[in-house]
Design a protein around this ligand. Sequence first.
Ligand code: NAD
Ligand code: UDP
Length: 312
Amino acid sequence: MARVVITGGAGFIGSHLCESFLDRGHEVMCVDNFLTGSRENVSPFSSHSRFSFIDHNVTRFINVDGPVDMVLHFASPASPVDYLELPIPTLKVGSLGTHNALGLAKAKNALFFLASTSEVYGDPLVKPQREDYWGNVNPVGPRGVYDEAKRFAEAMTMAYHRYHGLNTRIVRIFNTYGPRMRMKDGRVVPNFITQALTGEGLTVYGEGKQTRSFLYIDDLVRGIHRLLECDYHLPMNLGNPHEITVLEFAKKILELTGSKSPIVYKPLPQDDPQVRQPDISKARELLGWEPEVLLEAGLTKTIQYFSQRLLG
Ligand code: NAD
Ligand code: UDP
């Protein structure tokens, strides 16, 4: 049994990770300050004997008693709407928070796992994006607070690996969706689903020609566990290579919900990446991993989750 610290454990991805470690027989210490997460996300397992919650802002020194085997650093706003509203907390959690989480891992001689993002590629000029692409990021644009914080976090993680010999992993996560996303977090999946279910117009930004590739949460969690077991320290993409335009995605949500909502067009946010598609050759080769959940199947489960939330 490992003792695992998960920062951001009350968020969407973090809560699924907490659950997966509990299911595998480990002890989980979830550290979160509910900036964008919620108590409800951890309520399904909050009374588990191997689960504990530490209400703490990780931009401050992180104190954990006893031995720790792994530190998974997932704390950070992740929705563009959230990080535009919280620019300084986003920069701080990606920089100071990462430094503290690395410090905890070093003090405990634990493995450190960083949640990075496809946003490190910015508005990419190449497609698909391989891990050795350095990206096209506007450091002073509105998204720079997230992109640069995550780039700093990657650099800091590699420095701890190279200088202190820390055992580290870096995952670059591409758009992941599923139950426990916040209904109003502003990302395209919760927006379109709640709009479709409530009969509001689906807000397509720009002409909806920009592309994304959507990964279901269970596939991501499986990939994270594979990466933890693999002795590989450079960043690794985890995402779904199946690319779709935002407009096609809106139509898919209308079809799956049976909604009669109209599509309404809104201005494209500044620096919105025009394409995003992961090259997952590395994950295929080193982890034997690729997505298994079809878009329709993952969306159906997510729609069910949001329907229940809207009813209850
Ligand atoms: P989320 O907003 O649901 O979860 C983030 C969690 O971090 C929340 O519970 C929040 O309260 C917590 N948090 C933020 N700042 C904190 C602080 N200073 N101290 C303690 N807790 C803090 O977002 P998510 O989608 O679950 O994303 C989780 C991680 O995965 C983030 O690091 C994000 O950058 C990364 N990621 C997610 C995606 C995706 O598609 N969901 C894609 C790329 C990267
Ligand atoms: N988007 C949209 N309507 C919405 C929310 C998002 O058209 O109501 C678009 C957004 O402009 C982007 C894509 O959907 O091109 C994905 O946006 P999201 O906020 O989910 O995250 P991103 O991939 O940009 O980090």
